[in-house]
Structure formats: structure tokens, C-alpha cells
Design a protein around this ligand. Sequence first.
Ligand code: SAH
Length: 288
Amino acid sequence: MSQALAARWPILAAFLALSDRLRPETVLPRRRARGAARARHGSIALVGAGPGAADLLTLRAIERIRAADAIFYDRLIDPAVLRFARPGARLVHVGKAVGGNLWPQERINAEIVASALAGERVVRLKSGDPGIFGRAGEEIAAADAHGIPVEIVPGLTAASAACASLGRSLTERGAIDRLTLATATCRPGDPAPDFSAMLAPGTTLALYMAMHVLPEVQAGLLAAGATPETPVDIVSNASRADERRLSTTVGGLARDARAAGIGNPAILLVRRAKPAETVSVSADCMTA
Ligand code: SAH
């Protein structure tokens, strides 16, 4: 860890120093320890990198990144996160450029499996939580098919980071008792998302991958029973230095986002509270 990083995160620096002392490599000579691991077999860890800010990584994620021989990382991964990789680790950017097809999912599956079979400790680094719109299932299946041990290291998902930036809670006792995480972008050919199944009164709907289909999302939300006044917040680059927030309504969604020029990566938080009279009833129920 560089001195600049250590000055910024002293507790993290202390943790890293301690975990260095406990590493097997500090007991065995470094080369022997790595050789021993390779002789057995490699492994794959699907690691959540959180929403962007490096200090929102978990300590476990940092541990796995530091131990990795190869790190396959996505487009949304902040370069600061990669600074935890050990010197000599192989860093492979598998982010798909818009319209590009260099790293289709099948190629990613094949490469991480090949690295693990060659004895490497592989980290597949994904933004947010790897189990949320991260295609983790396909990578787990590929690892399982080859008998490769696979571990999931959860991360902080964009919805949590965005709501925290807004200074709010994703749920609110009595008014919002349901949180729906949904994507506005399905596989090509799949039917459009059915918002009526996601937006019952009392819901925060966190919509991922929605920015390029805002007019369709807006129409879908209105058809699902939201009113034009239903509040929507858009947070782009949540937790990063270039974070932006826009508070609007379902009625103004597409127009206001375009006018503000707010772009990806961004998440929508639609807040459909319970009607006031139900709020007091359910609040009573909860305190009874
Ligand atoms: N696994 C990720 C989601 C990956 S899908 C997670 O748990 O957060 C990619 C989408 O996530 C983006 O299109 C955007 O909708 C959202 N996203 C990821 N990082 C974000 C960030 N820092 N701020 C806002 N939205 C983000």
C-alpha cells in the first residue's frame, strides 16, 4: 500500500500490515508457498468491488485482490481498486466497449476457467455486488463444470450507495416496506420489464441500466400505477468524485434527465409510498 493511500485510510493500512504478518507466505518462503498452491489447483473468487469509491471495498475483497495471480475486471471498476493488486499480478480488462464484442460472456468464462486450471488464484472483479445483475451465475456454472472451487465475496450494491448519497433510507417504517431491485435492460428478445409487478404502494424501486430507455421506463411506470408526481431520484457515479444527483418525478423523468445531461452509470430510485391512511394503520400494527 502506498504512503498516500496509507495516510488516507490509516485503519485499512493497519489491517493490511496485520494481515501481511499472518500470511502463509511470511512463514514459508514466498516462492514455495505460491508453488504449493499452484501444484494443488487454482480457484476463482467473484469479488464485489462496490460502487466505485475504494474505501467502500470490504476487507475481504481487498484480501482476495491482494492474493490474486490474475484479476479479470469490469469497465466500471475504479483504477484505485486495482492498486491493491500485488506487483506481478495479471490484470485483464474484460469490460465491453459500447458496441464492441471483444469479451462476450463465453470468452470471460473460458478465460477464468483456463487460468484457474493453470493453478492461478483468479479474482473476477465486478462492480457493486457480484450477485446483482453481474452474470455471476454463468461464471459459477463454468467453474462448477470444471470442479474449480469458487467463492463469492459480496459487495455494496449501487442502490445502497445511491440512497446513502441522498441521505435517505431505502426503506421507511410504515411508508416503504418493500425494496425492489430490477433492471430496465433485459436480454434481446425478452419482453419489456413489467413494472406493475414491481411497484405496489410501499415500494422503493431501484432500477439499474435504465438510462438509455428513460421514455419507455417513464411510460411503464405510469402504466404500473405511479402518478406523474411520484418522486424519482437519479444518482450517477454514486460514491465517486464525479457523482451527480437529480431529483425529479415520474412525469418529468425523461425530460429532466436529458436537460441535466446526467449519464451512465446511473441508477433510478422510484419512491412509491403507501397512501397516508394506510401508513398510520401499518405503523400502529408494527408497534402493537
Ligand atoms: N453489480 C452491480 C450492478 C451491475 S449492472 C451492483 O450491484 O451495483 C450495471 C449498472 O449498475 C449500471 O448501468 C448502473 O445502473 C448501476 N451502477 C453501477 N455502479 C453505479 C454507480 N457507481 N452509480 C450509479 N449506478 C451504478
